[in-house]
Design a binder for this molecule. Sequence first.
Ligand SMILES: Nc1ncnc2c1ncn2[C@@H]1O[C@H](COP(=O)(O)OP(=O)(O)OP(=O)(O)O)[C@@H](O)[C@H]1O
Ligand SMILES: [Mg+2]
Length: 660
Amino acid sequence: MDDLHDRTTERRQVTVLFCDIVDSTGLSERCDIEDLREILLEFQTISSRCIKNAGGNVVNYIGDGIRAEFGYPLASENEAESAVHAGLLLLRGIQELSERSTATIQEPLRVRIGLHTGVAVIGKAGLGHVHDATEIVARLQEIGEPNSLVISGETKRLLRGKFSLRPLGMRALKGLSRKIEVFLVLGEALEDDAAHRARHRNALPMVNRVAEIGQLLQAWELAKTGRGQTVEIAGEPGIGKSRLALELIDKTGLPDDLILAIQASAQHQNTPLYPIIRTLEQRIGIRKDEGAEANSARLREFLATTSAGDEEQYMLIGQMLGLPTHGTPSATVPDAQELRRKTRDAVVQLLTSHAHDDASLILVEDFHWTDPSTIEIVERVAGQIGNAPILLVITSRATTIRSSSLMIRRIVLQRLDDDDCRDLAGSVVRDKPLPSQLIQQIVARSDGVPLFVEELAAAALETGQVDPGARTRDVASGPAEVPSALYDSLMLRLERLGDAKAIAQFASVIGRSFSHRLLAAVASEHHNTLEPALERLRASGLIGLERNDDEKVYAFKHALVRDVAYYSLLKRQRRELHARVAEEIEFQLPEIANREPDYLAQHLSEAGHTSRAAQMWLKAAKQAAERSANLEAVAQLNTAREEIRKLPAGLLGLNGTIWS
Ligand SMILES: Nc1ncnc2c1ncn2[C@@H]1O[C@H](COP(=O)(O)OP(=O)(O)OP(=O)(O)O)[C@@H](O)[C@H]1O
Ligand SMILES: [Mg+2]
């Protein structure tokens, strides 16, 4: 019972980082302890800074090592990526410290870092977080050479090719019965790789979206004739916005130099012009490892190839990119406000100028994450391309382009239908066809969101199952876990809801859809906050109102969001909440018990009320048989038998009756 009130206790996916100093015992024997202490203190300062900067939390210091977690509280859509970033930052920081330690204690400082992702029980203060990842990660780092970062296959799966890795094979770790796949992180993947990858995401055949591609191609044809167009592709995460934009690029056959891709970033929503600066740096060929002068020269060369480049533009863009331009624009610009305005105009001019008459494409990805300065620039570009051979395509999770005076086509992507999902799942598993029942489960749980179809199908390929606990109704069904690649982004959506998350967790026990009455009874201790919480859940799009006649019934819009909420509860919490639901149905809502005995039976089973559950499954089977639903009846009888097997022998009467 206490656990239900303690919302800090839950199951979470976390990535654990462990960084240990190589040969620390030897160091303490060979070096002056006071000097060594200074170095170790600095090591702690540097490592905790790198970890915090990347969004992680230092959990504790073990000996001379440091242990950190990413994923609680959740800060981004991909905590494994953040953890690898932290590891790389740490290696760089330690390299500098090592130079100092070589000077003071005549010894280099070297570390080994390991990373592993697993499920943890995030505990009450004092107990800490319980998981096996800590042990695994400590053993894992021992595999690496000094100054290396090694990660497990579980973590690697979440990195989406963003880092370049070298496989180190399957390794046996001390104290662990299974072998673990290990990879060495070489560094971030090159930009070229990223572009290459983006192209190859098209490897799976496109499913449907015929009308949408038609609309885009129509806009492209107009743009080619010099009547520039703006199209916004909107839709929920994972629905296929980026995929559609890539399909357009494929269909137009545009070469890379006629495509300008501006990618916004969740981590830089308040960094002015971040996506623009990144894009221009890439386009101009700015290299961080080269001198500023060389980069300034590149900027000058680049501007010379456009129809826009004059001296003022060179200075404004140069300053924006942090390059020395010999002469400052502020000399000719009266104040900061004016400088900002002029820079904005220079960027708009640069983006809309074209070196040749060929039509080109500007793709702004994830507009919902752009900073206000970038929004202003994109809106201006949209307003100015009317007479230019430019197609501006914007992808966004919300319809965000404001300017009402602009002619913007909007394509709002809807979910795929079951047949399309089946096709998509089929192309993920390709030559290893899955049983049709499994495909059916994937389709049902994905709710028509292509990203979910892909991840569920990939998970089914790996584990051979999607839904081991599935019974006749979706209560408590679902895999032991949500596919790890989806976990962070779904959890983050719940996390953003603050207190309403607890209500989502309660609701998740009732099932994919839940009546207001039942939820209010189950979550009685949240009486005062229930209404605002439901309102927040609705506003965020995570739940919708399914029925609003004699009673209000809500439903989770995604089965997987329900699953994330459900599996974040501790098993004990789940059992107890199922018991509450069952009790409420049995004593307050007998009409449900009569109409849907299987629903009640499911809750009783999950609550561990075995004999009542068995009785109810038998009742459900009888009712199904009376309606000639024979397959269901057989399945329910089997479940009843499973429950009966769990009962102590004494509780089963000779004639098969169950005594509760
Ligand atoms: N119509 C489709 N046919 C085949 N695959 C698709 C289709 N739509 C989407 N996908 C695949 O589903 C996954 C998710 O799609 P995508 O990345 O385009 O979503 P998104 O809407 O851009 O999401 P986000 O808001 O997170 O950027 C991708 O791997 C993509 O290739
Ligand atoms: Mg996208």
